[in-house]
Ligand binder design. Structure first.
Ligand code: NDP
Length: 331
């Protein structure tokens, strides 16, 4: 079975030489364990942080060890009660063809309810991040005007649509290409969207939200956050979810220079970590499964085929080559 190892810690943008696809032996599962043939694994922006040797909310990847992350696959051997060959499971040992793990770390998923890859995106971690970050952390309420950056991505595309479904007065999104902007307005029902590469974010946001915004869902940081602080109305709230504009930076990046506005406008900026919100999981799955079944909530996936393209998929994600969830397909 092949698996991706991190072999050097990237400085700035990851390079192909920082990674290696290596062979690993596969043995029959020990007591309490299962073997899973991965069908899809996830590449996510947070993994860039785990490539650095710094203390964070998730431990760094070890050099010359397989990387890990979300994956879904089929049980091919079981030495654990309750798991049978042919079961489909979601688990945390991605970046490899075959995973050997304790059954207690696997969650059974039903391919009849949704395509298996959806458990890595719209029905999985990014979907819950959108749900918790908008409804709990940002205290979204009907009538709010919402701005989300990274709006054509896995998290952002769900934030905008969920806000619309719950009665936002206006939803604005930003993304990095004109095609993505078109998708936001024409497919996902955003009221306005702009390409942040076409001009200053502050000016484009002011034009898209002339009456200001009440909620900002930040996936990007930097110039986007500064623009949002300028456009937020009194008592506005921002969920700080990601700062992808700085993940590969080797020098300090420009930050918001208008933080004093937080005082006068009594803004609340609050970070979110999806792992804090597992209590919302049942409610999230029920509500999102309903919206998917009715067709009210749409999602896209960008599937990169073949384990050998795992590195390309990861770097492509950081470059914006994905629309919706970026997934590596092994089927
Ligand atoms: P996405 O599907 O949104 O993919 C990343 C996207 O980021 C790219 O498609 C690209 O789109 C955009 N991007 C890359 N560089 C820049 C830049 N310099 N400026 C603006 N946009 C950029 O990923 P996810 O939905 O999985 O994650 C979105 C954010 O949420 C990330 O910041 C991630 O770290 C964070 N996150 C946080 C979690 C938490 O618990 N706090 C959990 C999950 C995700 P484009 O073409 O538009 O540039």
């Amino acid at each position: 079975s092949r698996e991706w190892h991190l072999v050097a810690r990237p400085h700035g943008w990851p390079k192909a030489e920082d990674f290696a696809l290596r062979e690993a032996a596969v043995a029959a599962p020990a007591e309490g364990r299962i073997l899973v043939r991965n069908k899809y694994f996830s590449v996510d922006p947070y993994m860039r942080g785990r490539m650095n040797d710094v203390k964070s909310y998730t431990p760094p990847f070890k050099l010359d060890h397989p990387m890990d992350g979300g994956a879904v696959g089929e049980v091919i051997a079981s030495n654990a009660e309750g798991f049978a060959v042919g079961d489909h499971v979601l688990h945390g040992l991605g970046w490899r063809e075959i995973a050997d793990l304790p059954a207690k770390h696997a969650v059974k998923v039903d391919p009849e309810i949704a395509p298996l890859s959806a458990y890595l995106g719209v029905l999985g971690m990014p979907g819950l991040t959108a749900y918790a970050g908008l409804f709990e952390v940002a205290s979204f309420k009907e009538g709010d005007a919402v701005f989300v950056s990274g709006a054509a991505g896995a998290v952002g595309s769900q934030v905008g649509q969920m806000a619309k479904l719950k009665g936002a007065s206006r939803v604005i999104g930003s993304a990095g290409s004109d095609e993505k902007v078109k998708l936001l307005v024409e497919e996902y029902g955003f009221d306005a969207a702009f390409n942040y590469k076409n001009g200053p974010v502050r000016d484009q946001l002011k034009a898209a939200a002339p009456d200001g915004i009440d909620v900002y869902f930040d996936n990007v940081g930097g110039e986007h956050l500064e623009a949002a602080i300028s456009s937020l109305n009194v008592h506005g709230r921002a969920t700080i979810c990601g700062m992808i504009a700085q993940y590969n930076a080797t020098e300090p990046t420009p930050g918001p220079n208008n933080m004093a506005m937080i005082i006068g406008k009594r803004l609340r900026l609050q970070g979110v970590l999806v792992s804090d919100h597992s209590d919302l999981q049942p409610q999230f799955v029920q509500e999102v499964a309903g919206w998917l079944a009715s067709g009210e909530l749409k999602f896209q996936e960008t599937k990169v085929e073949g384990i050998e393209n795992g590195y390309d998929a990861f770097v492509g994600l950081l470059r914006g080559e994905n629309t919706g969830k970026m997934i590596v397909s092994l089927v």
